[in-house]
Design a protein around this ligand. Sequence first.
Ligand code: SF4
Ligand code: SF4
Length: 311
Amino acid sequence: MSNEQRSGKEKTIFGKEKNPSAILPQKLTLDSKIKFRCHPGVKCFTACCRGIKIVLTPYDILQLIKRLDIPAHEFLHTYTQPTYLEKTDMPGVMIKLNDEDEHKCPFVTPEGCTVYEDRPSACRYYPVGMADFHEGGSRDADGNETLGDEDKFFFMVKEDHCKGFEEDKEWTVREWRADQGVDVRDEMNKEWLRLIMRRKSYGVQATLSEQAKRMFFMASTDLAHFRRFIFESSFLDTYEVDEETLAKVKEDDVELMFFSFKFLAATLFGAQTMTIKPAKVEAKIEQIKQRQDESVLNSVREYEELMAARD
Ligand code: SF4
Ligand code: SF4
């Protein structure tokens, strides 16, 4: 059985837990009060770090490879396994659980999480979930799903084994999110999650080419590889990228990540987030015209052949 099949639970970054019965039926706002605390003294300490599906965002991977001081390809090979994101055909990765050790997360020890300060986004959200990004329903000029602050709502997810709810600590959702670093993660993950939600809302009828899927996977999991793609392929012959942006994406991984989201929105969904160089556009138009000319000539030829056969 694969890790994925074994994972009954899912720490989710997408707003909904796998187990809907664990969601408490109460809509919360940022100012709603919640009672919860997780600390090494709880009986269930680290119980939620096993048998679980933890999907990684590009920012999660960026932080973890810095923390572990290893290249992305080594991280992906050692600590992750492939998965599909949010019931779409978009490929991503999840943490690979230890096969021989109760299907635990490779970063958990009896003392707690060894990468705590850089733990994945999904590990930070529990027990406060946020409504799906696509539930707002409206779209911006680029066709992106939008969700205004006023449309956001939160909900609690209460797993039976979790003793954190028996603790006395009370805080607002806002305080909880700030404490867990969720606000920062939301900002870092927002555009990437939108790509997935967009794919989901288009449905599987709209096909995504294998090449597009490979590009999405590469940019989402290995930004060093994506940087090489920008600077060592014909990328810069094709796209207009100003000097300032180029200098940033060369040096700064987070800028590179944001740039990759724009690139993916343009190539996967035709968003107006990248500009193709005029010479490339003209060459493409010429190519299409030539193809059309050829197809017209072919049709004329076929017609003449048919007529000749009839005569
Ligand atoms: S990364 Fe840390 S918090 Fe998340 S499941 Fe693993 S050990 Fe637990
Ligand atoms: S209190 Fe809940 S979140 Fe904390 S370790 Fe226990 S099960 Fe996990």
